[in-house]
Design a protein around this ligand. Structure first.
Ligand code: ADP
Ligand code: MG
Length: 311
């Protein structure tokens, strides 16, 4: 938060983009049809490309924020999206426009909304669906890390679905806080939403929220929550875990650990048996249950088998 966007370069922002920023009115090309979401400095609207009928999401980013010129931040967000393109798990940047107030990023449309909705819904997703979404999220995170990019704001509101029901594939969005490692000396200075900061801890938090419908650090008041976050204190005996598989708990436990150096990398997470389990609490057969438990005990995870669903 202490980043100063007046000095984009010293803050480690990327400045080079390939996508041209058109100053033509975008209304000539797109029909804007409604609002999809909004944040502090952005409004995201649904729009239809008139020539093709294709739907996109237009993210209107204010150039001036708190009286300061933040154009460099928007260019950086575009540059990160461009660096991460060619990966199906990262939202694609289609075009860009500029008006007096905003830079508009025309993004691939994710019609299924935020996976956050599945964390607060009465009806939680099946574990088989959740593991598929977590695998896809890890694929995206792994791709980012391979390009030395860190998202820093990975949370259920920033992971969208291509379709709602049945849940489609995930798209990671919102690269406003993303940074390229190596460009900045002090990573500690560029914290994202505090609850989600960490190598892959954010994926553990997301998995926790999807399987329980609760937040892992929620306390009775603000102070308790703060303490839980800072201590990474998680209660796995909660009622919410009664229907959650042991492998899921094992996965979450290995991600939600205090010392960052003890957290697995995205690639290591990928081989956790929970993500590759074929049956979820369906088999009463104690033999299969035992094998699954035995596999989860060791810290060394085996290589994942091919997943036919993901091809
Ligand atoms: P902010 O930086 O304000 O958080 P986001 O990029 O996260 O902006 O967008 C805000 C919200 O808009 C998202 O949480 C999501 O609900 C919606 N949204 C963003 N991008 C898309 C998209 N490509 N398709 C559909 N909805 C989107
Ligand atoms: Mg967001």
């Amino acid at each position: 938060r202490r980043l100063d966007s007046r000095s984009g370069l010293s803050a480690g922002l990327l400045g080079e983009i390939q996508t041209p920023i058109s100053t033509e009115p975008m209304e000539g090309v797109y029909e804007i049809t409604g609002e999809l979401g909004r944040g502090k400095f952005a409004v995201v609207k649904r729009c239809v490309e008139k020539a093709t009928g294709k739907v996109f999401a237009a993210k209107f980013l204010r150039k001036r924020r708190r009286g300061r010129d933040c154009r460099a931040d928007v260019i950086h967000e575009m540059a990160v999206l461009e660096m991460a393109r060619n990966n199906a798990r990262i939202v694609n940047l289609h075009a860009a426009y500029e008006t007096d107030h905003d830079i508009v990023l025309v993004l691939e449309y994710a019609a299924g909304g935020e996976i956050f909705d599945h964390c607060v819904s009465e009806e939680l997703l099946h574990e088989a669906q959740i593991t598929r979404l977590i695998r896809q999220t890890l694929e995206g995170v792994h791709h980012l890390h391979q390009s030395n990019l860190v998202h820093l704001d990975l949370k259920p509101q920033n992971i969208l679905l291509t379709s709602l029901s049945p849940p489609g594939d995930i798209k990671i969005v919102d690269f406003g806080l993303a940074r390229r490692l190596g460009a900045v000396g002090e990573l500690r200075e560029i914290l994202g939403t505090p609850e989600y900061v960490g190598k892959v801890m954010s994926v553990g938090v997301i998995a926790y929220m999807l399987v329980t419908g609760e937040s892992p650090f929620a306390g009775d008041d603000k102070q308790e929550t703060y303490l839980n976050v800072s201590q990474i204190s998680v209660d796995y005996s909660r009622e919410a875990f009664s229907r959650v598989s042991e492998l899921a708990v094992d996965f979450i436990r290995k991600l939600l650990v205090k010392a960052p150096e003890d957290r697995p990398s995205a690639a290591e997470c990928m081989s956790h048996p929970w993500l590759w389990q074929q049956q979820f609490c369906l088999s009463p057969d104690p033999a299969t249950t035992r094998t699954v438990r035995e596999r989860s005990c060791g810290t060394k995870w085996t290589a994942p088998p091919e997943d036919p669903e993901d091809k």
